[in-house]
Design a protein around this ligand. Structure first.
Ligand SMILES: Cc1ncc(COP(=O)(O)O)c(C=O)c1O
Length: 218
């Protein structure tokens, strides 16, 4: 990794289109580059740089804390034994987080698109009804937007969840671009969510896995 060997292994048409520079900076782990699993220099410093950059946190990410995530989503707002409400169609990384965190999932049924046979987000009504049945829940997680790009009514969900004084976590893996354009659906942090995870490598562009997590007061 990377398999393109400084661009030599890349399809010629793509290489000619994008140019050589991107392949020069897409390199594997060695001392000067730093390592994701045991960061010592640039990677270790980068979350601190972000934390110091108040403009970046408040204006760009609408949050109080923001840090890079080294591969994969996780759940950081739960303790062993906690109950967490999640949609039935959560990503496997969220299931893994629930198992590793020792929490108990309560599944919510997402809206189903009968024409295309795919699952969308959960509706505010579903969140409301599930919380009525499980008022001892510690946190609620929703996916927004979905893999298929469908957004739910996040502001209503935030209000319902905050009515129970618990955090709303948003799996925004497919929505890191939402905060950059007013005519797109509202982003998780702008809607008032307490934390979200975003995958830059899906929609805003990263050479390798580069998700990050954004917090407000958890
Ligand atoms: C809805 C959803 N959540 C989370 C993830 C995992 O994100 P990451 O690629 O940052 O590990 C994915 C990946 O496909 C996803 O589709």
């Amino acid at each position: 990794m990377p398999g393109h060997k400084q661009g030599r292994g890349i399809d010629k048409e793509f290489y000619d289109f994008i140019g050589p520079n991107i392949f020069k900076i897409d390199v594997t782990i060695f001392d000067m580059v730093d390592g994701l699993h045991h960061p010592k220099s640039h990677i270790k410093k980068s979350p601190r740089t972000y934390r110091r950059n108040i403009w970046c946190q408040r204006k760009l990410f609408h949050c109080e804390r923001h840090f890079w995530w080294y591969s994969g989503h996780d759940l950081i707002a739960i303790k062993p034994g906690d109950k967490i409400l999640v949609p039935r169609n959560i990503h496997i990384s969220v299931s893994a987080g629930i198992i590793l965190g020792g929490a108990t999932p309560v599944y919510m049924q997402p809206e189903i698109d009968p024409v295309n046979g795919i699952a969308h987000g959960v509706s505010p009504e579903t969140v409301k009804q599930t919380l009525l049945l499980h008022p001892d829940t510690s946190a609620v997680l929703v996916i927004n937007p979905t893999y298929y790009g469908i957004a739910t009514d996040l502001v209503s969900i935030v209000n319902i969840v905050h009515g129970y004084d618990i955090p709303l976590l948003v799996d925004e893996a497919h929505g890191p671009h939402l905060q950059f354009a007013d005519d797109l659906p509202i982003s998780a942090m702008e809607a008032g969510a307490d934390a979200c995870t975003q995958s830059t490598h899906k929609l805003t562009g990263a050479l390798t896995q580069a998700p990050y997590c954004t917090f407000r007061g958890i």
